[in-house]
Design a protein around this ligand. Structure first.
Ligand SMILES: [Zn+2]
Length: 183
């Protein structure tokens, strides 16, 4: 899971609003400095984008940090970020701490998902819902305390049958590879 407690969604993905990710905070009230855990084994790359993503990281589903499909975690805590190095991490290891760097107005994690270089809504994927501590398949969850959202749709239905987040990425890399080198 991304935090020590399940995530609360504070802002959803919205292409019209140019918000290309989902904003989350820990539901247990932990603020600045909350641990962030790796969703899968892969390669972590630490980057800096002043005024926007701030101190952030990319999490690749491979051991090389190559390719155009990866997760991004933005607005990290600088004091933790500055001590980290690019490299391979195990699933569940701490990869950073929540901060408010860049254009964040408060401490949160902006989680983005790029597939073949394009941003897609991370919440469309049951594996990512699970990673956030939300129940896959459309169960309602808290959005800053009110309301509920049902994410059951054809995409999540399609992915429901798959086993793990790695499988999704392996499949997507397969599609990308075929497009790139065979077609
Ligand atoms: Zn955001």
């Amino acid at each position: 899971m991304i935090f020590n407690s399940k995530a609360l969604i504070t802002q959803k993905f919205s292409a019209p609003n140019k918000h290309f990710g989902v904003d989350v905070i820990p539901s247990d009230g932990t603020g600045l400095g909350a641990n962030i855990y790796a969703p899968f084994s892969g390669y972590v790359m630490y980057l800096n984008q002043p005024g926007l993503a701030g101190y952030y990281l990319r999490m690749y589903p491979n051991t090389t940090g190559e390719g155009k499909s990866y997760l991004i975690f933005c607005h990290l805590n600088y004091n933790d970020w500055k001590n980290r190095q690019n490299g391979i991490v195990e699933a569940g290891s701490i990869i950073g701490k929540m901060g408010n760097s860049g254009n964040a107005t408060g401490a949160h994690v902006h989680l983005g998902l790029l597939l073949d270089g394009k941003y897609v809504d991370p919440l469309l994927f049951p594996e990512i819902q699970t990673y956030l501590g939300l129940t896959p398949g459309g169960q309602s969850f808290s959005q800053t305390g009110t309301g509920s959202i049902n994410y059951t749709n054809e995409i999540s239905q399609f992915w429901k049958g798959l086993g793990g987040i790695e499988k999704i990425f392996i499949l997507l890399f397969g599609v990308w590879f075929v497009k790139q080198y065979i077609l």
